[in-house]
Design a protein around this ligand. Structure first.
Ligand SMILES: Cc1ncc(COP(=O)(O)O)c(C=O)c1O
Length: 155
């Protein structure tokens, strides 16, 4: 099998880093023991589980330091879908927000979550996008977009 790195060396360029990125060699090296040898469940009260949980806390504080966050405020999720569900649904929990603005070209992880919120009575505005990938200003009209401009857009 020819790796993407080998193909890149031959001139192929992978442009979908928004969707996924390769794991850096230093990340793979740091993770290897936890994947191959110490694969315990960090929620387990066993000695191995506690060791895994401690390693996650070390990783969490390293990430927080790297991006300048307060301690304990960074959360790991298992996927973008989980993170998006958490962020978007959480935005509408325990408050009086009633409207979500997104774009029709969003990933299903966003659009499906929007549909779920719609079922709960939240108004969903799905902005149409033209063939250039930009919001279709003509479709929506200046007044609607100006009105939305004062609101928060998620997605
Ligand atoms: C823009 C975007 N959002 C969300 C997702 C969903 O990611 P995951 O498979 O990690 O849930 C993807 C996956 O390709 C994506 O490209």
């Amino acid at each position: 099998m020819v790796s993407y790195r080998q193909q890149a060396a031959r001139g192929m360029i992978y442009l979908d880093y928004q969707a996924t990125t390769p794991v850096g060699p230093e990340v793979a090296a740091a993770m290897r023991p936890w994947i191959e040898e110490k694969f315990a469940n960090p929620h387990s009260p066993s000695r191995w589980g506690r060791e895994a949980a401690a390693a996650i806390e070390v990783a969490r504080s390293r990430v927080e330091q790297a991006i300048g966050l307060a301690g304990g405020s960074f959360a790991f999720t298992s996927s973008a879908t989980e993170a998006l569900n958490w962020a978007i649904k959480g935005t509408f929990e325990n408050n009086n927000r009633r409207k979500l603005v997104t774009v029709s070209t969003e990933h299903a992880a966003v659009l499906d979550t929007a549909e779920w919120l719609e079922g709960k009575g939240i108004e969903i505005v799905r902005l149409q996008v033209g063939s250039d990938g930009l919001v279709d200003l003509e479709h929506h009209g200046r007044d609607q977009l100006l009105a939305l401009g004062n609101q928060r857009i998620v997605g």
